[in-house]
Design a protein. Structure first.
Length: 334
């Protein structure tokens, strides 16, 4: 089978295509023909060597495809099932233990930039009905992170106001889930053209965060002085100050990303004064992924895919991500 390997110390020029033999599934395992993956910032950090991985690691946390063989004692999946991978295959549900988070495909274990993967059946869930493989592959990391932030941690309710930052995978899923729940969405972007596309997707209000660096106050103004109920915080150090400014008294900020910096000076008084609920998010578990997929099957939500690249052009796919021109998910067809 064809597989991509990342040589140490990483970098887009150290991704090479190689041939490997697929492994037959053992007891409790399935063999999956992987047909698609999708790019996340986390994968970018791995391939760039910023998250060190073992020499020869197969990158990519997200994978979707079809079960082609099942080992003994597999009762949850059958040959022909369309499946998608789990970001944390060991985390079944409930509060995470360190062991639940130990294995991350494409990081601490081989991932999905390859044609076949043999793994325990519980490392996959069924894909949403009618989804293409590429659509299914967008859910493992970005989709589930947005779901967990808003639904599990945020306990999102109809009528609440959600602020999403930028037009990457996580934020666009958050916009879509928020609208499906009957929330009002304020969306930000650095590009007016992307803001128009956010409105077409259902964003009720949009703000250009480059043109209006004090967008936290703009969000307060858009909510008649109340502030937003939930912030999908993907910028990190460079955006948290405005997120705190945007939040309502008692609001919830889901700390997800680091695109604008890894650290910040903590505005302690504002956190106290606003009685904020600030929650670090690390993707989610199998139970939440199944819950998200049931909701998708019920409401027909479709992921926003920016572009497709063949597996051989994985480095070009990452260069496209690096450019920041994308809107939604970049997928690999395998
Ligand atoms: N904690 C977790 O479990 C988890 C899971 C998934 C992702 N993440 C993190 O979340 C972040 C986003 O991931 P992703 O996969 O959605 O990335 P992505 O698809 O690559 O998102 C890139 C987009 O983010 C927007 N952006 C960049 N800087 C921004 C800023 N200062 N303010 C507002 N928006 C900004 C830009 O949108 P515009 O072009 O519209 O300006 C850019 O196009 C990353 O840091 C990633 O590591 C964390």
């Amino acid at each position: 089978m064809k597989a991509v390997k990342l040589a140490k110390p990483g970098g887009l020029n150290n991704l090479t295509i190689t041939q490997l033999a697929p492994r037959q599934p053992g007891r409790g395992e399935v063999l999956v023909r992987i047909r698609a993956s999708s790019l996340n910032y986390h994968d970018y950090l791995v391939v760039q060597g910023a998250i060190p991985a073992t020499d020869g690691r197969i990158p990519m946390s997200d994978g979707a495809g079809e079960v082609v063989e099942v080992g003994d004692d597999v009762h949850t999946l059958a040959k022909g099932d369309k499946v998608l991978s789990l970001f944390f295959p060991n985390w079944a549900g409930g509060p995470a233990s360190p062991n639940d988070l130990r294995v991350v495909p494409g990081d601490s274990a081989d991932g999905f930039a390859c044609e076949y993967v043999t793994a325990p059946a519980q490392a996959f869930t069924r894909a949403p009905t009618g989804y293409s493989d590429a659509e299914a592959a967008t859910l493992t990391c970005a989709g589930l992170t947005a779901w967990r932030a808003l639904v599990t941690d945020g306990e999102l309710r109809a009528g609440e106001v959600v602020l999403v930052q930028g037009t990457g995978g996580v934020s666009i899923f958050a916009l879509q889930f928020a609208k499906a729940f009957g929330a009002t969405v304020i969306a930000t972007s650095s590009s007016d053209e992307k803001l128009a596309r956010l409105q077409a997707l259902g964003a009720d209000h949009v703000i250009n965060y480059k043109a209006d660096p004090k967008w936290g106050q703009a969000a307060i103004d858009l909510t008649d002085g109340r502030g937003v109920d939930h912030v999908i915080e993907i910028g990190g150090g460079g955006t948290i100050g405005q997120s705190v400014a945007a939040a309502r008294l008692g609001g919830h900020i889901a700390i997800i990303g680091v695109l604008a910096g890894y650290s910040m000076e903590m505005p302690v008084v504002a956190f106290i004064g606003k009685q904020l609920r600030v929650m670090g998010v690390s993707v989610g578990n199998r139970h939440e992924q199944q819950e998200m997929i049931r909701a998708i099957n019920a409401n027909g939500l479709r992921p926003v895919i920016d572009s497709h690249f063949p597996l051989d052009q994985i480095a070009d796919a990452f260069r496209h991500q690096e450019s920041g021109r994308h809107f939604g998910k970049i997928c690999l067809d395998i």
